[in-house]
Each structure stands twice: as structure tokens, then as C-alpha cells.
Design a protein around this ligand. Structure first.
Ligand code: PRX
Length: 644
């Protein structure tokens, strides 16, 4: 924990949307009377029917219920698009393709026309208010059109990251009960094309039923075609009008479902609302990123993750900002791509993940120095704690020591940023997410679930009261929502993260305290990787843990026990790696596989993951209490044969 403090320059503070005293006054007002605060700020959205009730929320375990603006009606798409038509020539989206020669600017007027047509296409295919639509797309403008088109007609989108496998896609199509999958022929990334349509074909073979597809022609590559089921988007778009009346939805109607990994079993469908979510995304975007009308704002995430939902599409567009959407990867054609794009489009605000910074740092500073980054004025970080080394590199080489860095802590479940400095108000400390956003009441709990009163402390991070962007439920399983987030620590939203609070009240996230690991800023349930491994016919048992990884933050370390009589040969390791990639997707690819003819278990047969984590971390000197092990020799053998 470093004690360096980096205050924003006087020049930055002078122009900021909030300085220190404004932040403090607004924060205090927001927690003293949340209903009054959000009731006032809710007016920044256009409501078809204004709300009279603002906050109806309880974290009471027996009765968890979260509703904001519950009697209000609005349309999310109209708030992100139609509302800005008064200055319709402003650029809404700057799209930068994987190929550095290709980019385009889409004005708010063009966005309106494309989204309206897209919404009419959805209507024409029978999609109605409340229906779920799966989006499995590259980072192309059509992804934003599809999201907004769903919102326009009140349909619920569920985006599946294009790096997920056909099996993972099929699970989500089934889980959401979707009747339509929007996809593209292929997804270009880093100079290579992924066959998205072919993946959809495989997934739908498994799902069965009457699921249609709508396909964007992105590359023109060959695809198999089922005339009964498949539809080209460009053909359908030509047939429909460019006017589509936005429907009124209730503030609490779901806007989207996004599947995310938990500590047990299958990914859960996180459900976000229309009114509260949009308000929270827009407010955090304006204040955390200090957004002004002439900014060019770039969040490098993919729309397949929550960061892309809130901070590429909904937050920026609700604010009428110019948002960059990038199809490629940071290292193609070379490791200067991010900076080339910043220079090319005059990016002023840049938001990325520590794993990307570390990867680029390793390639050398020459790649940054080649490009003109003088327009940049603010930097952001998200996804995992940023290590001070990466922070300093980012600050010096990208930000030229003049750009504040906002380290934003949040989760798929929280809808938007909960803890982050407002850049003109709060001095940064490298590695700390610093202080809460308006309306957010973080608490540090001890293992008994008691709030720790002392300012300086360490424990688990929970939130004491609701904020408008909070998830409302797990799709189709409200009990799972309650038991995951409200059971262990009664009366609080439990984040799953550990944290420290320092003498200045700053929060330092220390990482997950459950069986979720964070690989390159992506959440992965160890249980998911384990169930993929044991689905292989030669595997009898598997235990998966995270371990420190220089670039990815955490890597995936797998202990695998084979069926009796199966030879432990290394060729099988490659086969298992590919197997997991096929079952889940490349993001779940094991970094290390260690053969484990025996796993450390308690006498009641429970795997002692704590010990496996220590071995993976190579901290074998501090295994802790091993007295409950059924067979201590297993541990010695694992240590002796430690992989990597
Ligand atoms: O452990 C925290 C880590 O990422 C988890 C949430 O992952 P996900 O739902 O995929 O959302 C990622 C993007 C919002 C958290 O529980 N995390 C996210 N941001 C930070 C972070 N850890 C430390 N510092 C952050 N800024």
C-alpha cells in the first residue's frame, strides 16, 4: 500500500464538474436523504410518465426488494438518442475497426435512423416488449444499434461476449429463453476472423426450438445458411421505415440481462432495470469522467461485459457524448494501437484495464512515444486493483503526468461505478479506488458480519443501502439473488471483495474473498472451469484456483485427477486445455495444469482449496492448519510436483 498522493492540478480542478467541496456537499446530501437526492437528479432523464415514488428498497434478508422510480415510465433508447436530435450532427459513435485503415463516425441523427430501422426489423420478426434477445456480436456499431433497438421496443437484450464458445452461448440462449440471436458472419480481431455465425449454428443445434437469427454482414466470409431461420440484417433494414415510436416502459422493467460468473455452478443472469440503471450510468459517467460536450471519450472494453454496457453505450449516449467503439485488440498491428487510435481521433478521456496496461508496458515505451497524446486529459482504470508499477507507467507515459487517473471499483451487479475518485475532487493514491460515489455507503465488515467502526481497518466490503443502478434480481431465480448477496451478511449487499480502509477513509480493494478469480479483468468462477474439466471422459476430479500472473493479474491453475488407470501423460494437458476452451471459451483457458493423483481433503471429503491456493502461489512455507487433512502425504506430493 503506497502512501503517495496525487492531487489534480489547479487547472484541472478549475474546470472540473465537481471540486472537493461540491463532491462533499453532494455526497453528504445523497446519503442524508437518498430519495430527495435521486428524486432531484432523476429529472436529468426524460420521463414519459414522471415518477412520484423515488426509493422503495430493503436489504432485509427475508424481504429483499429493490425498486427505484417505480411508478415512472420512460424509454431508454429515446433518452440515449432522440433527446439529442436537437444537435443531431454531433458524433455519437466513432467506430475504429480492427483494420487500422477503417473507421467511421456516426452522428446522433444517423444513430436515430439506424436504431429506428433496427427496432422495426425486430418488431417485424415478432419480438415484443419483454422478450429476450441474445446479441453475439463483434465490436461494431450494429452492437449499439441492437442494444438500443431492443430498448426502443421494450425487449430485453442479453449480450454474450463473442469470445464465448458455442456451448456457453447455448446455455445463455436457453437460460434467457430467447427466440432471436443477433450475430455477424465473422468477427475480425487482431487480424484474424472468428466464425461467429458458425458458432451460433452449433449452439442452436443444441438448443433446438424455434430460435431465429439476424446476421450482420461484417466480413462477407462464407457462412452456412438456413433460409427458414437466418436473416441478413442489411436486407431487413432496407424493407422497413426509419421511424419507430419508442414504447413507454416502467422504470423497473428490465433493460438487460448479463450473465456473470459466481462462486458456484452456472453463471447467473444479472438483471438490470431501465430507469435506475440509466440514471446511475449517466450520472457516474458525467462525474467520474468529468465529461464535457467537446470530449472524445474512449472506453476500451467490449460490450460483452458490463463496462461496455454502462460506459461505452448507455452512460455516454444518455449524456449526449461522443463515444469511441474499438473492434480490435491493443497489440494489433502493433503494441502502439491504443495510442495510435487516441491520436487519430483526438481522444480526451481514456478508460482501460490494468491487464492491458501491463501487457503494453511489457512491450516498451517506444510504442507510446510515437504517438501524439497531448489531447488526453483524464485516464481511468477498471477490472482489478491496479498495481502501483502499472499506475506510475500509465501516469507518466500515457498521461504525461498531467492527467488524473480514476481507479473505478464496481461490478456487473452494481450497474455502475461505486467507488472512485471524482477527478477534480479527490486526490489519487496508486492502487486505491478511494471514495464512494454519491449515494453509496460502503462498510467494512468483520467475519461476524459486524460493521468495523474504526476508520483504518480490513475486512470484507459490503454496501449498506441501495443505489439506483443496483441489479434487481437473478433472472428466473430471485432466491439465488437473495442467497448470493444478502444471506451471509444480513442487512447488507455483500460484494464478494475484501478491502482495507486507510486513515483517510480511502478504500483499497484486496480481491475476491470467494471462489471467483479475476483473469485479465474478467470474472471466472473456479467452479465453472472445474465442471468443464470433469466433463472430460478421462478426468475424475479437478480443483481450480487462481495464482498471481504478471500480465493477467490472476492465472488459472488446475489440479486434475484422472480416472483410475489413465496414464498421466503431458499430451493430455494440451487436450484438456483445448477442451476447456471449447466448453467455455478462450478466456477460460488453463494457464497451469498440475496432475494431482490425490487432492487434499478433509475427513468429510471437502477439498481444502486454501492449501491448493498456497501451493499454486508457491507459498508452501505457510500452509496454515493442516491438521484436518485426511491424508497429509497428498500435500507433500503436490508440493514436490508443483508445476510452472
Ligand atoms: O473483484 C472486483 C474486481 O472485479 C470484480 C467485478 O468483476 P465484473 O463483475 O466482471 O466487473 C468488472 C468491471 C466492473 C469486483 O468484484 N474489480 C473491478 N474493478 C476493480 C476491481 N478490483 C479492484 N479495483 C477496481 N477498480
Amino acid at each position: 500500500m503506497s502512501n503517495d498522493v496525487f492531487a489534480p492540478s489547479a487547472a484541472f480542478v478549475a474546470q472540473a464538474n465537481a471540486d472537493e467541496s461540491r463532491y462533499k456537499a453532494m455526497y453528504e446530501a445523497s446519503v442524508a436523504d437518498p430519495a430527495a437526492f435521486w428524486g432531484e437528479h432523476g429529472k436529468r432523464l426524460n420521463w414519459i410518465k414522471p415518477y412520484t415514488k423515488v426509493k422503495s428498497t430493503t436489504f432485509d434478508y427475508h424481504n429483499v426488494s429493490i425498486k427505484w422510480f417505480e411508478d415512472g415510465q420512460l424509454n431508454v433508447c429515446a433518452n440515449c438518442v432522440d433527446r439529442h436530435l436537437g444537435r443531431g450532427e454531433k458524433t455519437a459513435i466513432i467506430w475504429e475497426a480492427d483494420d487500422p485503415k477503417l473507421s467511421k463516425r456516426i452522428s446522433y441523427r444517423e444513430l436515430y435512423e439506424n436504431v429506428s430501422r433496427f427496432a422495426n426489423v425486430l418488431h417485424g420478426m415478432g419480438v415484443k416488449k419483454g422478450d429476450r434477445v441474445i446479441l453475439y456480436l463483434p465490436m461494431i456499431p450494429e452492437a449499439a444499434y441492437a442494444m438500443l433497438a431492443c430498448a426502443r421496443i421494450g425487449a430485453v437484450h442479453s449480450i454474450v461476449f463473442a469470445g464465448f464458445s458455442p456451448d456457453a452461448l447455448a446455455d445463455r440462449v436457453e437460460g434467457a429463453g430467447a427466440k432471436l440471436v443477433v450475430t455477424a458472419d465473422e468477427a475480425p480481431r487482431g487480424g484474424r476472423n472468428t466464425a461467429l455465425k458458425a458458432n451460433v449454428d452449433k449452439a442452436l443445434k443444441r438448443v433446438g426450438g424455434d430460435v431465429k437469427t439476424l446476421v450482420v454482414k461484417r466480413t462477407g466470409g462464407d457462412v452456412a445458411w438456413d433460409a427458414e431461420r437466418d436473416n441478413w440484417l442489411h436486407e431487413e433494414m432496407e424493407r422497413v421505415s426509419d421511424h419507430c415510436e419508442p414504447v413507454a416502459v416502467n422504470a423497473e422493467d428490465p433493460l438487460f440481462i448479463l450473465y456473470t460468473s459466481g462462486s458456484t455452478g452456472k453463471p447467473k443472469g444479472v438483471v438490470h432495470s431501465s430507469g435506475g440503471y440509466l440514471l446511475y450510468a449517466a450520472m457516474t459517467h458525467e462525474y467520474v469522467f468529468d465529461v464535457k460536450d467537446d470530449d472524445v471519450y474512449w472506453c476500451t472494453a467490449d460490450v460483452g461485459w458490463v463496462t461496455g454496457h454502462s460506459y461505452i453505450v448507455y452512460g455516454p449516449l444518455a449524456n449526449g457524448a461522443t463515444t469511441v467503439m474499438f473492434e480490435g485488440v491493443p497489440t494489433y498491428p502493433d503494441a502502439g494501437r491504443f495510442w495510435e487510435v487516441c491520436a487519430k481521433h483526438g481522444v480526451t478521456i481514456f478508460y482501460t484495464a490494468p491487464t492491458a496496461i501491463r501487457a503494453l508496458m511489457a512491450k516498451g515505451v517506444e510504442f507510446v512515444q510515437k504517438h501524439d497524446l497531448s489531447k488526453l486529459r483524464l485516464l481511468g482504470s477498471v477490472g482489478e486493483p491496479i498495481n502501483p508499477e502499472a499506475w506510475h507507467w500509465y501516469n507518466k507515459n500515457v498521461g504525461g503526468e498531467r492527467c488524473p487517473i480514476v481507479d473505478t471499483w464496481w461490478q456487473t451487479e452494481t450497474g455502475g461505478i461505486l467507488i472512485s475518485p471524482l477527478p477534480g475532487a479527490v486526490a489519487a493514491k496508486p492502487g486505491s479506488a478511494t471514495l464512494p460515489f454519491f449515494g453509496v455507503r460502503p462498510v467494512v465488515l468483520d467475519e461476524k458480519g459486524e460493521e468495523i467502526a474504526a476508520t483504518e481497518c480490513e475486512g470484507v466490503l459490503a454496501i449498506a443501502d441501495s443505489w439506483p443502478g443496483q441489479m434487481r434480481t437473478v433472472y428466473g431465480d430471485h432466491d439465488r439473488f437473495v442467497s448470493t448477496y444478502f444471506e451471509m451478511f444480513k442487512g447488507y449487499y455483500f460484494s464478494g471483495d475484501g478491502c482495507r480502509r486507510d486513515k483517510d477513509g480511502y478504500y483499497w480493494i484486496t480481491g475476491r474473498v470467494d471462489d471467483v478469480i479475476n483473469v485479465s479483468g474478467h470474472r471466472m468462477g473456479t467452479a465453472e472451469v472445474e465442471s468443464a474439466l470433469v466433463a472430460h471422459p478421462k478426468v475424475s476430479e479437478a480443483a481450480v484456483v487462481g495464482y498471481p500472473h504478471d500480465i493477467k493479474g490472476q492465472g488459472i491453475y488446475c489440479y486434475v485427477t484422472l480416472m483410475d488407470g489413465e496414464p498421466y501423460d503431458d499430451a493430455l494437458k494440451t487436450e484438456l486445455r483445448n477442451w476447456v476452451r471449447n466448453e467455455i471459451g478462450p478466456i477460460a483457458s488453463p494457464d497451469v495444469i498440475q496432475w494431482a493423483p490425490g487432492l487434499p481433503k478433509t475427513r468429510s471429503g471437502k477439498i481444502m482449496r486454501r492449501i491448493l491456493r498456497k501451493i499454486a502461489e508457491n507459498e508452501t512455507g505457510s500452509l496454515g492448519d493442516t491438521s484436518t487433512l485426511a491424508d497429509p502425504s497428498v500435500v507433500e506430493e503436490l508440493i514436490a510436483n508443483r508445476a510452472g
